[in-house]
Design a binder for this molecule. Structure first.
Ligand code: ATP
Length: 333
């Protein structure tokens, strides 16, 4: 993190676009905010937009705004994120999830520094510093025809790479100490041997998983010193993801056999963690993993066709496409 902070100090004031890469939970959002705070733009707006969280047909109006009556439901005119970020920083998270049509519009806006609201005729000049982030490999996305190479060159003028937490174990004690002391349940402390074990853990969900782990431990053991012996109960062997991993905890319930009976044996091994007072579950992650496993299985069972898979899953085609975009699933995968 020291190397990354130094890099951020060096480039904070440059007007050039920055692309932050790294796996989910590695701190891309944190790095983007730091870039803004350290820049001369710190007093100007910092506007963030998660491209994966907005439905494809609403993305244009989110980015560029719309005039009243531009489409059904647009009762009032609305400022887009580009305009809102004028003189400041616009952070586009999960930029790899942007549909191709929108990528063309973003490229034009970056080249001309002019935007037009949906349904509007008046060109609006904007001056923003663009930071984008991705957890997917954009070169691979270009190869698959899902991302424009000309846009990548525009976005990737300065690159900041956030390494997975497992590649920088020396950061773990500092992060743990930070999360032990921030607001919440009474602070805890990890004895030396326990910290050594934490430094060896794979942390598949990166800093986000470490933060959740410390918060969970504080909730269960407020004010205590955590020993190495207490960790196996608190740590999840496969990190944030249970799909494709092994059994979570000793008393997990196997569910994939039943799913495979239904879907013809296409699901990866998956288990449901046991819920007990000493061991919580990350419900949102669990549901996302389940959703992903079923979508992949349905696509595989239907030879990659969206319509067939949507039918099998009882979803609208557009809903399935939206979910696939959010979960980074391609039909061939
Ligand atoms: N260096 C750090 N110091 C303190 N907290 C951190 C640090 N890095 C990450 N975090 C915390 O970890 C969590 C995940 O970080 P962040 O949202 O920046 O990751 P991300 O790479 O943007 O994830 P995603 O790709 O899923 O959006 C956040 O709660 C953030 O506050």
């Amino acid at each position: 993190m020291v190397a990354i902070r130094n890099e951020i100090d060096k480039v904070a004031d440059s007007p050039a676009s920055v692309l932050i890469t790294g796996p989910s939970g590695s701190g891309k959002d944190v790095a983007a905010q730091l870039l803004h705070q350290k820049s001369r733009r710190a007093g100007a707006p910092y506007i963030a937009l998660n491209c994966a969280a907005v439905a494809a047909d609403l993305l244009e109006s989110e980015m560029f705004g719309h005039e009243a009556g531009a489409f059904t439901g647009a009762t009032r005119a609305r400022t887009g994120r580009f305009e809102a970020a004028h003189t400041g920083t616009l952070f586009l998270d999960e930029v790899g999830d942007m549909p191709l049509a929108m990528q063309a519009k973003l490229l034009r806006a970056l080249e001309t520094r002019v935007v037009e609201r949906v349904g509007g005729m008046i060109p609006i000049t904007v001056e923003v510093r663009l930071i984008s982030a991705t957890s997917v490999d954009l070169l691979a996305a270009i190869d698959r025809g899902l991302f424009r190479s000309d846009l990548l060159y525009r976005l990737d003028v300065i690159r900041i790479e956030m390494p997975p937490l497992a590649d920088r174990p020396q950061d773990i004690p500092l992060l743990v100490e930070h999360f032990c002391l921030t607001a919440g349940a009474p602070p805890i402390r990890f004895e030396k041997a326990a910290m050594a074990l934490l430094m060896d853990h794979p942390w598949a969900g990166n800093v986000r998983e470490l933060k959740n782990f410390v918060e969970r431990t504080r909730a269960h053991h407020p004010g205590e010193v955590i020993t190495r012996d207490a960790l196996p109960r608190l740590l999840r062997p496969t990190g944030a993801s249970v799909v494709g991993g092994s059994v979570v905890g000793g008393s997990a319930t196997r569910v994939t056999e039943t799913m495979n009976d239904v879907l013809g044996g296409t699901l990866p091994p998956m288990t449901l963690p046991q819920l007990d007072p000493g061991h919580g579950v990350d419900l949102r992650q669990l549901i996302a993993d389940l959703e992903q496993a079923y979508i992949r299985a349905a696509l595989s069972a239907c030879g990659g066709t969206i319509a067939g898979s949507a039918r099998l899953l009882g979803l609208q085609r557009t809903t399935l496409i939206e979910k696939m975009r959010r979960l980074h699933i391609t039909p061939s995968a």
